[in-house]
Write a protein that binds this ligand. Sequence first.
Ligand code: AMP
Ligand code: ZN
Length: 489
Amino acid sequence: MPLHLYNTLTRNKEKFEPIHPPFVGMYVCGPTVYNDVHLGNCRTFISFDILYRYLKFLGYQVRYVRNITDAGHLEGDADTGEDKISKRAKLEKLEPMQIVQKYTVGFHQIMDLFNVLPPDIEPTATGHILEQQEMAKKILENGFAYEVNGTIYFDVEKFSKLYNYTALTGRKLEELYENTRELDGQDEKKGRLDFALWIKAKPEHLMQWNSPWGKGFPGWHIECSAMSTKYLGEEFDIHGGGMDLAPTHHTNEIAQNIAYCGKSPARIWMHTNMLTVNGQKMSKSLGNSILPKELFTGNHPLLSKGYSPNVVRFFMLQSHYRSTLDISEPALQAAEKALQRLLEAYEKINTITPSATEQTEVIEKIRLGCEQAMNDDLNTAVMLSHLFELSKMLNAASDGKVSLGKNSLQLAKKIFDDYLIQICGIRTNEQQSSKTNETISKLMEIILEIRREAKEQKNYALSDRLRNKLSAAGIQIKDHKDGTSWNIL
Ligand code: AMP
Ligand code: ZN
C-alpha cells in the first residue's frame, strides 16, 4: 500500500499523490511568538516533523513552509481585543520585536532539542505585510469583503451563497450562526461570522503599518493565506496545524484563498490531535501547560524527575497523531524504559557474532510492517510495535537463543537506521552523549563569560567562587593571556 494520509477536508484516508511529483509543497501554521511554546504546541510540530522526514525518506523533494506569527494574533482569536505580542511587550516593558526575537530564539532552541528539523522557509507575518494587503485588496475587488472605518471584513454571508464556507469541518452553517454571538450596536461588521482581513489600529496599538485604508495591522488568518500562496502557489499539496485551528483559522484561510483566486489552497488538510493533561487540552489560557524545560529538568509539580527530549519525543510517537495523548509521569516512565530497550537492542547489533543461519524473511516482514504502518496515515504507534518485535529477536540472538546471519543483522540495522533514527528522529545513545557534550561546552562559555565580567568589575570573590565550584565539580580552568581554557579532570 502506498502512502495514504487522512484528509480533514474529505474525512477520508487518501492515497497521497503530489500535484507536481517529485515535488511536495507543505505549509504548517507556526507558533505565535508571545510566550514560551508548551508541550502541546511541541506535539504538533513534532508530528509534522515526522511527515516532513517521511516524505523526504520516500524520495520527495519537499518545500516545507512553517511561519512565525509575530503580529495580528489577537487575544481570544477574535478580531477585537489586544494583539498578543503587543500585550506581552507592554507587560515586559519591551519593544514588540524584542518579544518576537526572544520567543523565536527560544522556540528554535526547543525545536532543536527535540530534533525537529528546521523548515525550508520560515516566513514571518511582519515580513509580509504588503502581500497581505495585496490579498485583502483583491478580495475587496472580487466583492467578498467590505471596508468599515479603516477595517476590512470578509463577507461570510456573501461567500457562502457561492461556496461551502464550512467545507473543512462539515459543520452546518446554521449551527455556526446559532453558536455565534449576535451583533449589537457596537459592532461594525455586517454579519456575525464576518472576520477581519485588515484591522484599523488605535493610536496606542504598538505594531501598525500604512495601508490604502489608513494605519492598521493584518488579521491573523490572512497571513497564512498570503505566505502559503507566496511560497507554495495558489494550489499546493498539504496544509497542517493543530485540530483546534480547523473551525476558524483554517476555515477562514480556505475562504480567503477562494475569494482571492477561486482556488482552495491545499489538497490535503492534516490536523494533529491535542496533548492533554488529566484529559484536558494543554493550553496556556487554562493554566495547565507544561513547558519543555520544566519537563527536561523535572521542575514541575506533576513530575518527580526530568525526562530527556529524546524520551519525550518517543513518548509522543507512541501514539497516533490523530489520537489525543495524555501526559503523565507513569506514561513518561514507561516511554523512558521502552526507548532504552529499543536503543540497547540497536546497539547490540554490532556485538552479535553472525551465524550461518539467516532469518532475512522474518526480518523483511518486520520491515514491511514498518513501511505499511507509516503508509497508513503515519501510524508511528504500530510502526514502533514492529521495532519492538525486532528488538526481541536481537535480544534473543544476543543471548544465543536465535541465530542471525550477516544479512539478517545488516537488514535489522537498516530498519533501525531508517525508521527509528531517520524517520522518528530519535537520537542514539552515542548521539545523545555528543549532544550533552555540546551543551556542556555552551554552559562553560556562559560561566566563563560571567567570570570574566566579575573580574572586570573586580568582583574577585565571585570569580574565585566560580573557579572553586567548578573545580569541586571536576572541571579545571586555566587563565591565559588571551582567555580561559577548561578541561574535565
Ligand atoms: P499557537 O502558538 O497558539 O498559534 O499554536 C501553535 C500550534 O500548536 C497550533 O497548530 C495549535 O493548534 C497547536 N496546539 C496548541 N495547543 C495544543 C495542544 N494542547 N496539543 C497539540 N497541539 C496544540
Ligand atoms: Zn495559520
